[in-house]
Design a protein around this ligand. Sequence first.
Ligand SMILES: [Zn+2]
Length: 127
Amino acid sequence: MQRREQFDKLSRLRQSLRELLADLEKSLRVAFGRAPMIKGNVYELARKCGKPTCACARGERHRSMVLTWSHEGKSKLFSIPSERLSELQEKSEEYLRFRRARARVTEIGKKILGVMDRIEKLRREEP
Ligand SMILES: [Zn+2]
């Protein structure tokens, strides 16, 4: 490989590394936070109770807010009292943000190692 070509490649790789580093810093922001988190998703459950005379049998399902999460492979469910809804929503969202960031950090970490390996190849010389 020509000197010039090698120089350009290394320069591009350093630029990618700087971009990945900025991305990493951004992704790690949530880890520096202090907000509490709760594992799980908050959503509305609409169910039928099974009584044939109940309004739910005619389509007006019983609606309630629940938090669900999986624990040791099993799906767990917690019925949310209305006074705790916004609190649990916030904490669950924080948890999802955290987990998304964690996945992103893994991805960026792999890319950084890939760039480092390419830099090593370009800079290494024989004795
Ligand atoms: Zn019912």
